[in-house]
Structures are given as structure tokens and as C-alpha cells.
Write a protein that binds this ligand. Structure first.
Ligand SMILES: C[S@@+](CC[C@H](N)C(=O)[O-])C[C@H]1O[C@@H](n2cnc3c(N)ncnc32)[C@H](O)[C@@H]1O
Length: 259
């Protein structure tokens, strides 16, 4: 493997250091029979991110973390590969896969350069993995390469409004006023954030996402903007439930490889 891009090296160190804080959440999610998605735990029955029957499908999770989305797909019949940039996150994924008797192929690597041949998969997904931590101008073309023609990519991450309303010093909570331009750099470096310093994340404007899909060779099937449920309370990653009831804090893109 060549030298990692700066954001991948930074995020690897960040996630290796954080992995122990995600073990419990990973265990809970592995135990779930019905998937729930994102910060607000929206049920699969509402969002429909996974085909009900994945028998015979080759699926990949890009930034699989503790591997629970991979497990949900395997239980629906898919043959699943998970790739993650953090060896420590994969250690948890491997342990839980063994404990639950779920067969997963787990790869330590960068979702922007996956060591698999072209058209190896029918379905690709990312929930807060490559979806926010990898550079879209690298990982979207890579997902396209990995999918067979007609294959589907689904990913869930922060809505662009979250970055726009995040205080520039990285303090929490995010605000109801704009804190930075909607347009501009698509890279958010949270290493010096005042609250909960993090790694390097990415977010695009909506016209930039559409242009990227079209130039890469994807057609848009759906864009969901997630609203926090009426009974949601508290703060998730600096976002108050009230804020997320009035504005979308997350999005889900579903795109299909043309051809
Ligand atoms: C929040 S977890 C996502 C897993 C899970 N769905 C969740 O929400 O907990 C983020 C994961 O993305 C991984 N990640 C970050 N950058 C990546 C990259 N370039 N390639 C693959 N995985 C990456 C991290 O190592 C981390 O395990």
C-alpha cells in the first residue's frame, strides 16, 4: 500500500484512538433484529435502506466500523465484505462476527481504494463511514468501480446544513444561524474543535453531489432528508433534537450505477 492521503492517515489515528468508545454501541446494534439508522435511530421500516431479501447479493460496507450494518445484510442473505480504515474498529467487528456466528469478509483499508476487482458487488452501503470520512471525489468513483452496472449505492451522513450551522471553532451545539458559507471548501477539519475534537470530514453542496453522481455514472434514485422523530430528546453529536425536528440533520442518498 502506498502512502495514505493526509485525511486517511489522520482519521485512522483518530478512529483507532476512539474505537473503545464504540464497542458498547456496536454490541447493541449487533443484537438488533430490526435495523435502525443514523443519530435518531429511524427504523428500517420507515427508511427502507436495505432490500428485504439480499439472498445471493454481493454487498460491501464502506467504513464498516464495528460491522453491524454488515451483519444486518448478512442476516438478509448477502455475502458481505466490510472495509474499514481502523484496525481497532475491525477488532470489535471480528469479535462480534465470531460471537454471533455471522460470516463477514473484513478488510483493513481505505474505502477510496478498495483491493477488489471492478464490478465485484451488487450493493454498497455506508452509514457514517466513507459517507462522511472519505473524500467524495475519491470514494464515489471507487464505489462506482466496485459495483456492477445496475448496482446500488446507499449512504447516510450529515446534511450539508450541519456544517453550515456549526460554529467555526467547533463548539457545540450547532446553531439556527449560518456560521459559514454554504459554498466553499468541502473538507471540514475538526482536529482543533473546541468541543469533542475529531478528524477530517467531508460534505458537499447538493448541486455538487448531483454533479458528482452524474459525472461518475450514477443516476439518483432517491434523496431522503431525515427529520428527528417527535419524541426525540437530547443532543446527538452537538445537534439538539429540536434543531433536527426543524431542519434536516442527516441525508440518505440512493444512487444506481448506469449501464
Ligand atoms: C461512525 S463509524 C461508521 C460505522 C457505523 N455505521 C457507525 O455509525 O458507528 C465510522 C467508521 O468509518 C471509518 N473510516 C473513516 N475513514 C475511512 C476510510 N477512508 N475508509 C474506510 N473506513 C473509514 C472509521 O475507521 C470508522 O470505523
Amino acid at each position: 500500500m502506498g502512502e495514505l492521503p493526509e485525511h486517511v492517515a489522520v482519521n485512522r489515528e483518530y478512529w483507532d484512538g476512539m474505537a473503545h468508545e464504540w464497542v458498547e454501541a456496536g454490541e447493541r446494534s449487533w443484537n438488533q433484529t430490526e435495523p435502525t439508522w443514523g443519530s435518531w435511530g429511524i427504523p428500517e421500516g420507515e427508511l427502507h435502506l436495505l432490500p428485504d431479501d439480499m439472498s445471493g447479493l454481493r454487498a460491501i460496507e464502506l467504513g464498516c466500523g464495528t460491522g453491524y450494518v454488515s451483519a444486518w445484510m448478512a442476516r438478509r442473505g448477502a455475502q458481505v465484505t466490510g472495509i474499514d480504515n481502523s484496525a481497532e474498529q475491525l477488532r470489535t467487528a471480528e469479535r462480534l462476527a465470531q460471537q454471533h456466528g455471522v460470516a463477514l469478509e473484513l478488510i483493513h483499508g481505505n474505502a477510496e481504494a478498495v483491493p477488489k476487482p471492478d464490478e465485484s458487488f451488487d450493493f454498497a452501503i455506508s452509514e457514517y463511514g466513507a459517507a462522511i470520512w472519505a473524500d467524495p471525489y475519491r470514494w464515489i468513483p471507487e464505489a462506482h468501480r466496485l459495483l456492477r452496472p445496475g448496482g446500488t449505492l446507499v449512504f447516510l451522513g450529515n446534511h450539508h446544513l450541519v456544517g453550515v450551522c456549526s460554529p467555526v471553532d467547533g463548539s457545540f451545539p450547532i446553531t439556527r444561524g449560518f456560521q459559514r458559507p454554504y459554498f466553499g471548501d468541502h473538507r471540514f477539519d475538526w482536529r482543533d474543535a473546541a468541543d469533542d475534537p475529531g478528524g477530517i470530514e467531508f460534505s458537499l453542496t447538493y448541486s455538487a453531489w448531483i454533479r458528482l453522481f452524474r459525472t461518475t455514472g450514477f443516476e439518483v434514485v432517491d434523496l431522503a432528508e431525515i427529520q428527528a422523530p417527535a419524541d426525540a430528546t437530547g443532543v446527538r453529536s452537538g445537534i439538539e433534537a429540536d434543531w433536527a425536528r426543524d431542519f434536516p440533520s442527516e441525508h440518505v442518498w440512493t444512487v444506481r450505477k448506469i449501464g
